[in-house]
Design a protein around this ligand. Structure first.
Ligand code: ADP
Ligand code: ASP
Ligand code: MG
Length: 402
């Protein structure tokens, strides 16, 4: 069997944890299996690197950020190979150039295009454990790129697909996928199984336990994926096309803290204004999420929308730069908002779901800033300070912990 195992930052956060993971890898290897390991940077290393960069430049060039980021994963794979060597297991670490892992050219948010398997296969044939840097890739300019925060999951799934692995195991610091982040919602329940689609929605709406593109890729290539703990032996959560357990109305609650709300006030109330506003943002590569437009009054209207927090300043700058096209009176930015979503295919045929969520928020005195819905999710924007209370209230209202 060929098994891809991915260990996240906390799981390799210090020498002792690296040694524990090395023992787990050794046990798999000794069963006679081929083992490919993908690692994240140790602990909070990626955040430390961002802080270091920002001390020198508040707006560091993205290419140089990627160059910097790659040292994090390179450190952990080299140390893991040493830890395995120390317990008599032959191992070799490889970075994105050595594999190679080819990506699109965008720095900071590249997509994997092609993975070379020859070198890995060769190393596996010579009975080595192969340890690959997560998160990083190489673009056509022969520069390092990265896949976006949390991207090591995607590296692991992509490798599993390219190598036609028999299993892909994502080891993290919780026991599996829960109905909500167990660090925020104490009575969140671990799911034995979840469909790729449900997991994709949860991940896209902020459940950071898996990088959303890893789920997308696992579904596309039918990669058998399991999320489990690196700290204990418990079973974990299996991702499947169809689950055998009965579908719940709601599969989970997700929190996204990476949100900022921008209000553009005093826009002319005439055709083409929304187009001009969002067109200039699209051209600047800024993704807009929830959008709210007020009813026109006295010939003007307001449009409020959300973007990722680190895009907010850029969005405001872009709108100001396009003032000749977009007449407006004022822009305000609020970086202290969070997004809470409930997800589940079951809500499609259940009209009361949104109202139930709003009632739960009302009962704990949480004000809703913005609302957006689709057939399978309801999203609200609330003040940052109220988000955890709101998460718990919504989770309880749907009795997800039971
Ligand atoms: P790793 O470094 O292993 O990739 P992450 O921090 O990226 O770990 O992801 C694991 C974390 O995801 C957990 O510690 C947990 O706080 C968070 N999380 C958010 N939503 C969920 C969820 N629905 N189920 C489990 N964990 C979740
Ligand atoms: N080290 C990267 C990050 O912190 C990638 C990952 O952990 O998956 O985002
Ligand atoms: Mg992660």
């Amino acid at each position: 069997m060929l098994i891809v195992k991915k260990f996240g930052g906390t799981s390799v956060g210090n020498s002792e944890r690296i040694q524990n993971v090395a023992k787990r890898i050794a046990a798999e290897y000794k069963k006679g299996n081929d083992v490919v390991v993908v690692l994240s940077a140790m602990g909070k290393m990626t955040d430390v690197l961002i802080d270091q960069a920002k001390e020198l430049n508040p707006n560091p060039p993205k290419r140089e950020m990627d160059m910097l980021f790659t040292i994090g994963e390179q450190q952990s794979v080299a140390l893991m190979a040493m830890a395995l060597d120390a317990i008599g297991i032959p191992a070799i670490s490889l970075n994105a150039f050595q594999v190679p892992m080819e990506t699109t050219k965008v720095y900071g948010n590249a997509r994997l295009k092609k993975i070379g398997t020859e070198r890995i296969r060769h190393e596996l044939e010579s009975k080595k454990v192969v340890i690959v840097t997560g998160f990083q890739g190489v673009n056509k300019y022969e520069d390092y790129t990265t896949l976006g925060r949390g991207g090591s999951d995607t590296t692991a799934v992509a490798l599993a697909a390219a190598l036609h692995a028999d299993a892909c195991e994502i080891y993290t610091d919780v026991d599996g996928v829960y109905t909500a982040d167990p660090r925020i919602v104490k009575n969140a329940r671990k799911l034995e199984e979840i469909t790729y689609d449900e997991m994709l929605d949860l991940a896209t709406l902020g459940a950071g336990v898996l990088h959303n593109r890893s789920v997308e890729m696992a579904k596309k290539y039918g990669v058998p994926l399991v999320v489990r703990s690196s700290l204990n032996e418990s079973e974990g959560t299996v991702l499947k096309e169809e689950t055998t357990v009965e579908r719940m109305l709601i599969s989970g609650v997700a929190l996204d803290k990476n949100v900022a709300r921008i209000s553009v006030m005093g826009l002319k109330d005439e055709p083409g204004i929304a187009f001009k506003l969002f067109d200039c943002l699209a051209k600047a590569n800024i993704n807009v999420d929830v959008i709210l437009q007020s009813i026109g009054r006295d010939g003007t209207k307001d449009i409020t929308f959300t973007v990722a927090k680190d895009e907010a300043d850029n969005a405001v700058k872009t709108i100001h730069a396009n003032k000749a096209r977009i007449t407006l009176q004022d822009i305000t930015v609020n970086k202290h908002v969070n997004k809470i979503s409930i997800v589940g295919a079951g809500m499609m045929s259940n009209p009361g779901v949104a109202a139930k969520m709003f009632e739960a928020l009302y009962n704990v005195g949480v004000n809703i800033n913005m609302i957006s819905t689709s057939e399978i999710r309801v999203t609200v924007i609330v003040d940052e300070g109220k988000a955890e209370k709101a998460m718990n209230a919504v989770h309880d209202a749907f009795a997800l912990g039971e």
